[in-house]
Design a protein around this ligand. Sequence first.
Ligand SMILES: [Zn+2]
Length: 431
Amino acid sequence: MKYNWGQQPLSFEPLIQQQAWQDQAFRDLLQYLKAHSPFYQKLFRSASIDITTVKLTDLPTTSKEDLQLNNWDFLCVGKDKIAEYTATSGTLGTPVTIALTANDLERLAYNEYCSFVTMGLSETDTIQLLLTLDKQFMAGMAYYQGARKLGAAVVRTGPGSPEMQLEVIRNLGVNTLVAVPSFLLKLIETAKAKGIDLASFPVKKVLAIGESMYDSEWQKSILHERICQDWPLALHSTYAATEMQTAFTACNAEAGLHTNPELIIVEFLDEAGNAVAEDEIGEVTITTLGVEGMPLLRYRTGDLCKHTTKSCACGRHAIRIGPVLGRKKQLIKYKGTSVYPSAIFELLNKETWIENYLIGIHQNSELQDEIRIQVVSKSVHPSEALAALKATFRAQIRVVPEIEFINAAALMALQFPNGSRKQLRIIDYRP
Ligand SMILES: [Zn+2]
């Protein structure tokens, strides 16, 4: 079942009506999977599932490992129907290929169209895309298609080259960026060095990808504050994963990322697979709606976040999520407590003397987790700053990491392994 995407999004309807629509879409999905998906056919058979009566919450979940091991068993269409092959980044193991049909591409465009509408954009806006559009990256292409659907003007500058980015923004009167927030710090630094007054620049909004703009208590993250100090921008957080072919984006109320009920059913599960209560931390678990190529049923994304079912000030009633606190796999167990990577990012982003960093999670010979951070420093003698940073770690998260200095080029090489399209901030070296 496909929602009429030309109409007002389902998220403006009362939650109960959204759920009634989703219940029917879920039944249709089960029929579709039973008819076309080798993976789910096998699952339904082995678990003796009657798809006419089973409840969503009684179905087994699907993991990333399932997708990695049985990638092509998830494909529901013949090769003649595939319009594009995208892939996950592979930062957490073997990359997964996600094949999309022409309808899936249309759905993806609608999805990012909704993101842009949610952040208040229209056809009068000019959107600069500071991210990769090739390398099988789904998001770059999705933003491009979404902006086209919106009718806005698009500028594809790609990542990097701060001077060029600033020049294009000024020349074309760009008022919206799609960018990784830490790159905005680079733009700010470049503007300062060139004596450019950013306040006079036309950019007003940024769709901030890959890094959370809020801490776990919904306060602006340090990175958010550092950017806005020098460049007063509305930073709209967004969260997406290639496998779910859907993004969740913050509106002007800045109170959570909006889910699109016509595109996805979202659950939040604990370790045992039970639903967590509102405002408790759970794993984002999704069921795609309207996907033809590789639909997923109760897929555990590995991302941890809180959620709310309360209505938003913007008039939408759909479930909101966020902020995303980190990947379940990247949780660090330290002397009996769990440390979220987001907490470490927050501490490091506060240190203005740090130009760039990479967090490594290791396991020592006693099977204890250890954190080693490689840092590029801006200052010549940062030993005092280093001691202060260690004390902050000890006081705030009770973990004292090893910190080593590294030169900028060597760190960049580690952050972009094999021409990676994303700059890595954390690498998990544990077995
Ligand atoms: Zn809202």
